[in-house]
Design a protein around this ligand. Structure first.
Ligand code: PLP
Length: 383
């Protein structure tokens, strides 16, 4: 008798879809140590190069001395500390919303918001390329789900006109595997016209885009007021951990009452909240990090065009090179690795079938020479 788990795993391997972890023995950074090898990395979401910033590390250590390590309880019992409260006020002010609520992860924030806002009569409308956490959120809420083709607001409008009951539109602001930006202004017009709420997941825009890094919504002049709900993560550009939801007073109070992923879990360690406050100051004031990141993106796009690489329509730090076949993509990723460069092969089911890709991400910590090295290695590996 063969264990059915083993035969399933074997079939996944045969399809080129088997996933394996790399074990790092260094902090996140431009160079990472993997199995004793130092590799130039284009894999992280540490867009501003803050994941191992000494000032944030220091804030974490100092706060741990004051507040200890574990929060020891959920927010609604005794886990909510002054550091969480201060972080929430600072985040609300940062994004220009009446209130903000800190969650332990972005995944949990999306599950919490959708399940708290949608009931069984609701319809949730999702972009086909939304992040897994938004997809799972609607499944968990057991609502009727309608998925519209990627950024296709014409189809979304038709779906909205066709459904009854409370409506919630959800979309990544910057799409996590494609790097393109959702048509936020059009989504907002449609949400208002059809009385729908609009949940925007800015995991990849917050800290990176807009004045002081206030995010994709700020960059596009969209205020966080009804019907807009913002979800931002703190483990990417902020280099720390956790997430927040920003919106109206009534929204935040509703989440505190009903978001099960907020209520039934241990609060984030207060020292993590303190570290995030230190990071927020740096994110806001060190604009040179966003400028440097933009310079690296521009160098890559220019170089990749000159080489005739198949680029996506992305202007952000996420630059996918879509190759299609999963096994081919894995081979190219392994060739890059042999040249000392780490670029992940992203395969189904993370991306749709036949759209396997190299997902290249840039950081403000990259230098121009690193981008050149990547371009040369790509040209060789794709030959
Ligand atoms: C990373 C990500 C999340 C999840 O955030 P975590 O804090 O890592 O759980 C949610 N949405 C999008 C678009 C993401 O890229």
């Amino acid at each position: 008798m063969v264990d059915p788990l083993l035969s399933k795993l074997a079939s996944r391997r045969a399809q080129g879809l088997y996933r394996q972890r790399q074990t790092l023995s260094s902090p996140q950074g431009v160079f990472v140590s993997v199995d004793g090898e130092k590799l130039l990395s284009f894999c992280s979401n540490d867009y501003l190069g803050l994941a191992s910033d000494a000032r944030i590390v220091n804030a974490l250590c100092k706060a741990a001395e004051v507040h200890g390590v574990g929060a020891g309880a959920s927010h609604l019992i005794t886990g909510h500390s002054a550091e969480h409260a201060a972080l929430e006020e600072e985040l609300a002010e940062f994004v220009g919303a009446p209130r903000a609520l800190v969650f332990s992860t972005g995944y949990m924030a999306n599950l919490g918001v959708v399940t708290a806002l949608a009931d069984r009569q609701s319809v949730v409308l999702e972009d086909k390329l939304n992040h897994a956490s938004l997809i799972d959120a609607a499944r968990l809420a057991r609502v009727q789900v309608k998925r519209y083709p990627h950024v296709n607001t014409t189809r979304l409008a038709a779906l909205l006109a066709d459904v009854e009951g409370p409506k919630l539109i959800t979309s990544d602001a910057v799409f996590s595997m494609d790097g393109d930006i959702a048509p936020l202004a059009e989504l907002l017009v449609l949400a208002k016209k059809h009385g729908a709420r609009l949940l925007l997941d800015d995991a990849h825009g917050i800290g990176v885009l807009g004045h002081e890094g206030r995010g994709t919504l700020a960059q596009q002049g969209i205020a966080i007021e009804d019907p807009v709900v913002l979800m931002g993560t703190l483990g990417k550009a902020f280099g720390v951990f956790g997430a927040f939801v920003a919106g109206s007073e009534a929204l935040i109070e509703t989440l505190i009452q009903h978001a099960r992923t907020y209520i039934y879990t241990t609060a984030l360690p207060p020292a993590i909240a303190a570290a995030t406050r230190a990071s927020l100051q740096i994110v806001r004031t060190e604009s040179w990090r966003r400028e440097r990141l933009q310079a690296r993106i521009d160098e890559f796009i220019g170089g990749a065009k000159a080489l005739g690489l198949p680029l996506n329509d992305s202007a952000t730090a996420i630059q996918p090179v879509v190759l299609g076949d999963a096994t081919d993509t894995l081979v190219v990723s392994q060739r890059l690795r042999a040249q000392g460069i780490l670029v992940p092969a992203i395969r189904p089911p993370t991306v749709p079938a036949k759209t396997a890709r190299l997902r290249i991400t840039f950081s403000a910590a990259h230098e121009a020479a690193h981008v050149q090295r990547l371009l040369e290695a790509l040209a060789q590996a794709l030959r």
